[in-house]
Structures are given as structure tokens and as C-alpha cells.
Design a protein around this ligand. Structure first.
Ligand code: BDR
Ligand code: CA
Length: 316
């Protein structure tokens, strides 16, 4: 079992971001979550930062978990959202209230730079659940923060599975491929939870019910969101399950022994005519490029859902 980690969650909530955030906040014995930084992605920044504040209210963390708003658009491209999947609010399927407290005044990138500059070497883990714009901007403006990071644990990319926004690309990487390439070439240790593993712990109706049965507010929220994700996939693809995306990154932080992967080189396609945002993974070491990321491909799905359930059970 891992020791307690200091974590900052960078995200674009987002239905599955919400579950991931609650997963991390419930696992207080493993994770010390210091802040949420929001970025534009699934929906525009005005909604992702608002949703982050709603999620912290659900977890009873209104006063103890600051939310910072970051970059409103990708580095070089127009923002593409996924409101068709996550709904116009970004949190389709759940009742939303007006957040109980305002967003922090500082820009998320300034917060990251200030906090990491003052941190001990290799002491902070970033859990990245959206496009990597905030992180790439911070690493570019203040390269000295690299050594303060213990790890970046991100949901993004696809290699053995194909893309979900284009045939070649996964959404988080496709929205800001330049930012992703900056992060992959930063030298910071990276763990990637790609689509390849998200599809191996699918949300199914049978896996939803135990969350509703907990009887707390967060269990109901998680069950409602999962049900909305499955309903979307049923309408779109006719299947009664949905990939478990962002919570897989939180799950890795809670207990990395549930996962298996390989240390490999990953580069991001930033110019391809048809392959923009593709994650090119050198699985068999053919490129001669140095490994820069651990690419996760396996998960113990039953252990994962048990850990998620245990964590959500600790919340209001
Ligand atoms: C990723 O894209 C977003 O829509 C989800 O929140 C997740 O981070 C999956 O491709
Ligand atoms: Ca996300």
C-alpha cells in the first residue's frame, strides 16, 4: 500500500471528473488533496470551475478545498467541448445547486507555480483529468517546478483502443495536443491511464446499485452520474456499459497495486492531417526514444470498484 500523497487535481468536470474527485476526497487515509484547478474541456471554463465548486460542496469540503480557475482555451486551438456527452451543464444526470462558495481569486496557473515553487522536491502529485493546458502553461512559465513534482497521474490517450473523439485520438489529448506534448516532454515522471484501461473496468448496471445502496448524498450522485453515462452509451452504441475514465486515475493514486503497465516512450501527434492528438506509444521499444511514461493497460476491476465504494462511503 502506498503512503499518503499530497495531490492537486487538475480537471474539467465533467461527469467522470466528478466521480474521480469524490473518489480522491473520500480516500483521506491515502490522499491529501490540497486544491482543484479547473481547465476548459468537457464544457467551457465558467462551467468546469463552477462544477468543481458544486462537487466540493457534495463532499463537505466547501471551506477546506480551494478551487482555482485556469486556462479558458487550449494553447493553439479553438476549444472543442464534449457537451454532447456530459450535457450542457457538464454534469448531466444530477441535480445541481448554486455553489456555496466563490472561486479562489488567483489564476490556477499562478497557484500551481507559487505552490510548487514553495514545495519540497518530488513532494506533490498532479492528478490530471482534462486537457493539459494549465499544466503545460505552468511548466513552460516556471520550469523549476518540474523537480517539485513527484508524478503526474493522468487520464488521457489511447493506443490499443482507438480514439473516442476521432478514430485516432482520445478527447483530453485531442483538445490540446500541444499542451500534452509539452507535458510528455517535461521530464516529470508520468503515469497514464488511457482508454486502453478505462474499457477494462466498465460501468455496468450491476456495478451502479451498490453506490445508491450506501444511502449517502455522494453515493446517490455517483450512482446518478454512472446511470447517465450508461444511458448515453446505450443511446449511442446500443451497449449497456460505459468506460471508467477519470476515476481510473484517482484509483491509481488510491492503490497503484490494482493496476499494471509498462514504462515506455509516448509522443503526441501535433501536426497529423488525420491523426492530430494521437498518442504514439513505443510499446516494443523500437524508436530508441527514452521512456517518459508508465502506460497502464491492466486493472483489477473488482478491486477498483471495491476501493471506489469504500471511498464514497466515507463522504456525506
Ligand atoms: C476523457 O474525456 C472527457 O470527456 C472525460 O472527462 C475524460 O477525462 C475521456 O476521454
Ligand atoms: Ca475529464
Amino acid at each position: 500500500m502506498n503512503e499518503r500523497r499530497t495531490v492537486i487535481i487538475d480537471c474539467d468536470p465533467g461527469q467522470d471528473d466528478a466521480i474521480a474527485i469524490l473518489f480522491a476526497l473520500g480516500a483521506k487515509d491515502r490522499l491529501d488533496v490540497r486544491a482543484i484547478t479547473a481547465v476548459a474541456g468537457n464544457v467551457p471554463l465558467s462551467l468546469t470551475e463552477r462544477n468543481a465548486r458544486i462537487i466540493r460542496d457534495w463532499a463537505g469540503r466547501t471551506k477546506t478545498l480551494p478551487v482555482y480557475a485556469g486556462c479558458p482555451r487550449p494553447l493553439m486551438r479553438e476549444l472543442i467541448t464534449a457537451a454532447n456527452v456530459h450535457g450542457n451543464t457538464g454534469l448531466e444526470g444530477v441535480q445541481l445547486h448554486d455553489p456555496l462558495a466563490p472561486v479562489a481569486p488567483q489564476h490556477a496557473v499562478a497557484y500551481l507555480i507559487d505552490t510548487l515553487s514553495a514545495a519540497a522536491p518530488k513532494s506533490v502529485t498532479i492528478c490530471a483529468l482534462g486537457p493539459l493546458t494549465n499544466l503545460a502553461t505552468a511548466l513552460t512559465e516556471a520550469p523549476q517546478i518540474r523537480d517539485r513534482l513527484r508524478e503526474i497521474v493522468m487520464m488521457g490517450g489511447a493506443f490499443f483502443e482507438r480514439g473516442n473523439i476521432t478514430p485516432a485520438a482520445e478527447f483530453n489529448i485531442y483538445v490540446d495536443p500541444q499542451a500534452a506534448q509539452i507535458v510528455f516532454s517535461s521530464g516529470v515522471p508520468i503515469v497514464v491511464l488511457p482508454r486502453d484501461v478505462a474499457v477494462k473496468a466498465p460501468i455496468t448496471p450491476a456495478r451502479i446499485e451498490p453506490f445508491r445502496a450506501i444511502g449517502n448524498r455522494c453515493g446517490a450522485v455517483v450512482a446518478d452520474i454512472m446511470a447517465a453515462e450508461v444511458a448515453y452509451n446505450k443511446g449511442r452504441r446500443g451497449v449497456e456499459d460505459a468506460p471508467m475514465y477519470d476515476p481510473s486515475a484517482a484509483g491509481y493514486l488510491v492503490d497503484p497495486s490494482m493496476f499494471k503497465g509498462r514504462l515506455v516512450n509516448v509522443v503526441v501527434e501535433t501536426t497529423g492531417q488525420w491523426t492530430l492528438g494521437e498518442t504514439v506509444v513505443d510499446w516494443n521499444g523500437r524508436s530508441g526514444r527514452a521512456p517518459n511514461a508508465t502506460w497502464i493497460t491492466e486493472v483489477d476491476a473488482d478491486a477498483f470498484y471495491a476501493a471506489l465504494h469504500a471511498s464514497i462511503s466515507t463522504l456525506p
